[in-house]
Design a protein around this ligand. Structure first.
Ligand code: ATP
Length: 300
């Protein structure tokens, strides 16, 4: 028996960052948004953990760690421990989410593994307990379970669904070279040593998401980490300008980058912006959101 679970990439419509806490984490007020770019994890019972990985040509599969360094295995171990089981599994992953792109691909795999193994093992873990396990695995893992559009607080792990009446179209441009999330936060600390403890709120987004109007959303998008990411990688600033010149309503760095995302007026406009950027960038994707969180796929 095998169970396949699909989990989405996230982008941040709002990423407000506060000064680092004593435990080293930065408090966040973020609005997560799940887009139609997915990783699929297939779980099969096995004697030992294994993580065969395959994926789209643009995904740097060589940088996905194997075995117990893979976050999907850590998710499986945590679920087994929670239920007092000594089971293991093969977790085969097909990745379409760029690695180290600021789109939480590893978190998607962890969420998918939790849902797949819970089904495979028949452990029937209640949703609130799955969310609690997810938050121990990483800040973005609970959102990968939830999907849609959601407010994230704490270090991003406390999630609450938000009303979103839009059907938003995005152009996504991954970078050939990754950007380390801790390095971006360190640079943000250096750039803004007097940042307030309280992250800026996301009030403007509430109305924009309710109306479903792309121009309203474009005006409300916000990423506190963008300045730090562009300072480390000035090419990202040039890419954002180019995408906007090609007709995107707004471009911004996704999370800590280096992936950049462009909000477009609709599907046709997204295809036109993608075509304009494709001349200079080897990988340009289009996606829509919001989409569902980790969910079991029907048998093929
Ligand atoms: P974050 O913002 O949380 O750093 P990201 O979206 O930028 O994440 P991910 O693709 O989630 O990047 O990967 C971050 C790192 O996590 C990788 O460089 C890799 O070393 C490690 N990792 C562990 N498990 C996985 C996995 N299943 N898929 C991808 N990366 C993984």
């Amino acid at each position: 028996m095998s169970i396949t679970v699909r989990a989405p990439a996230k982008i941040n419509l709002h990423l407000g960052v506060g000064a680092a806490r004593e435990d080293g984490f930065h408090p966040l007020v973020t609005v997560y948004h799940a887009i139609s770019l997915y990783d699929d994890v297939t779980a099969v019972a096995a004697e030992a953990w294994s993580t065969p990985v395959d994926g789209a040509a643009y995904v740097d599969l060589a940088s996905v760690p194997a075995g117990e360094d893979n976050i999907a295995v850590r998710a499986g171990q945590l679920l087994a421990q929670r239920h007092g089981l000594s089971r293991r599994a093969a977790l085969s992953t097909y990745k379409s989410i760029p690695v180290a792109g600021g789109m939480a691909g590893g978190s998607a795999d962890a969420a998918a593994a939790l849902v797949a193994l819970d089904r495979l093992w028949g452990t029937g873990t209640p949703d609130d307990q799955l969310l609690a396990l997810a938050s121990r695995l990483g800040s973005d893992v609970p959102f990968a379970l939830l999907g849609g559009t959601a407010l994230g607080t704490g270090r991003g792990e406390i999630v609450e669904p938000w009303e979103d009446n839009g059907a938003w179209w995005w152009v996504v441009v991954p970078s050939e070279v990754g950007l380390s999330t801790p390095a971006v936060y360190r640079h943000w600390d250096a750039l803004f040593p007097d940042a307030p403890a309280e992250p800026p709120p996301a009030h403007r987004l509430v109305g924009a998401l309710k109306t479903g109007e792309p121009l309203r959303l474009a005006a409300a998008l916000h990423n506190d980490l963008e300045a730090a990411a562009i300072d480390l990688r000035p090419d990202l600033g040039a890419l954002i300008e180019k995408g906007q010149a090609e007709g995107a309503l707004r471009g911004l760095v996704s999370g800590s980058g280096p992936t950049c995302v462009f909000l477009c007026a609709g599907a046709e406009e997204a295809r036109a912006v993608a075509a304009g950027l494709a001349a200079e960038h080897p990988v340009v994707l289009t996606a829509h959101g919001p989409v569902a969180g980790a969910h079991v796929l029907p048998d093929a």
